[in-house]
Design a protein around this ligand. Structure first.
Ligand SMILES: Nc1nc2c(ncn2[C@@H]2O[C@H](COP(=O)(O)OP(=O)(O)OP(=O)(O)O)[C@@H](O)[C@H]2O)c(=O)[nH]1
Ligand SMILES: [Mg+2]
Length: 357
């Protein structure tokens, strides 16, 4: 059975924009009713009523801003996979600045709230009480105006973070990686519950997607990643870096797909260079190499790939036609489960019977 959700951003609070906060709080306050004490003079009644409005606006706004600040997990405290994805998706530095701005606004509203409550209690006439309350509204609106860009940023950032997939780090996880357009998404669709988009052009996949798959070794997570190119890490864009984050933080085994037909648009040599780079960067998790698109690959193309890879096992599959994919995912799940059981400490040369690269 699938375990509890480990996505740390799924319950991020709702972010109210500045204008929404103002409209909500002022409209509520206009409906505030206070007990009518017939014997009180009208100035005293006005003081009570305006104080109640100030109270209502101050609390409604400060509470909502504080909920945003308190409800956001500290990036340092979340799983490193999510910390890295958060930085790639929304820029954590900016996120922290905007949260600090929301916190500042909440404290300012509380301070103004206290200050204007005292003033309204000293008001000598109905008009003065009303003017004090109006001045309070003006100050609050101006504070919110100053943080309106921050709240808009937080809303957008939270929307993006909430959409991140749920990954349970304790469930065996198979990462499907490889060059752009080689058929990774097609493979993940065919073997798991995830249904990522498949298209004829490269860079279709922009985000990590997770599917589940029942195997003889229990349920495993199958992760589709954006396509990589053969280039150094510092030249990788933010989309590619999401694939690197998955490989770095959550992979218990890796299926590396090749397209020997080169219909993906990239030469086999580049694909093999990428494989070597990834193998070097992440030497620990077992890696299963597979030639995809064998429904259209020629014997010569497959032989060339074998020759370039040397003495390692090469699976032959067609993600499109569903050929060989069941066997491959079973084996990858077994490798992932065993890697996870051993605490991720498998080293090169210690992979069962040397079945993998
Ligand atoms: N003939 C054939 N075509 C395939 C096979 N697998 C995938 N394709 C085609 O290859 C193209 C790319 O497939 P995707 O699954 O989107 O490739 P991807 O690796 O996810 O691509 P990016 O997300 O851009 O990196 C699509 O047109 C697929 O239909 C296969 O086994 N045989
Ligand atoms: Mg894809």
């Amino acid at each position: 059975m699938q375990k509890a959700v480990k996505q740390p951003f799924s319950n991020l609070p709702h972010v109210w924009l500045s204008q929404e906060l103002i409209d909500m709080a002022f409209s509520r306050a206009s409906k505030v009713s206070v007990a009518r004490e017939a014997k009180l003079p009208k100035e005293a009644k006005a003081r009570i009523k305006e104080a109640a409005r100030i109270q209502s606006v101050g609390d409604a706004i400060a509470n909502r801003l504080e909920q945003v600040v308190k409800g956001t997990p500290r990036v340092e405290a979340v799983h490193p996979f999510y910390a890295e994805l958060a930085d790639l998706l929304v820029d954590v530095g900016k996120l922290k600045k905007s949260l600090a701005a929301a916190n500042w606004a909440a404290q300012m509203v509380r301070r103004l709230h206290r200050e204007y409550l005292q003033r309204v209690r000293r008001a000598k006439s109905v008009t003065e009480a009303r003017d004090v309350r109006r001045a309070f509204y003006g100050r609050v609106a101006s504070v919110l105006e100053q943080v309106s860009a921050d709240l808009e940023f937080l809303k957008r950032a939270f929307d993006a973070l909430k959409k991140l997939p749920s990954i349970d780090p304790d469930t065996p996880t198979v990462i499907v990686a490889g060059y752009a357009n080689v058929g990774k998404s097609c493979f993940v669709r065919s073997v798991s519950s995830a249904k990522p988009e498949v298209a004829t052009y490269p860079f279709t996949t922009k985000q990590v997607t997770v599917g589940h798959r029942k195997t003889s070794f229990g349920v495993c997570q199958v992760v589709d990643t954006p396509g990589l190119l053969d280039r150094p890490l510092h030249k990788r864009n933010k989309v590619e870096l999401q694939a690197i984050a998955a490989l770095r933080h959550i992979s218990h085994s890796i299926i590396f797909l090749f397209d020997p037909t080169e219909t993906c648009g990239y030469p086999l040599k580049s694909q093999v260079r990428l494989y070597r780079e990834i193998r070097e960067m992440f030497p620990k998790p077992p890696m299963l190499l597979a030639a995809n698109k064998i429904d259209i690959a020629t014997g010569g193309q497959l032989a060339l790939l074998r020759q370039q890879l040397g003495d390692v096992k090469l699976w032959e599959v067609s993600a499109l036609k569903g050929v060989g994919v069941e066997e491959l995912i079973e084996e990858a799940a077994e490798a992932a489960a065993s890697f996870l059981r051993k605490g991720g400490e498998v080293v090169r040369g210690d992979r069962g019977s040397g079945r993998y690269a």
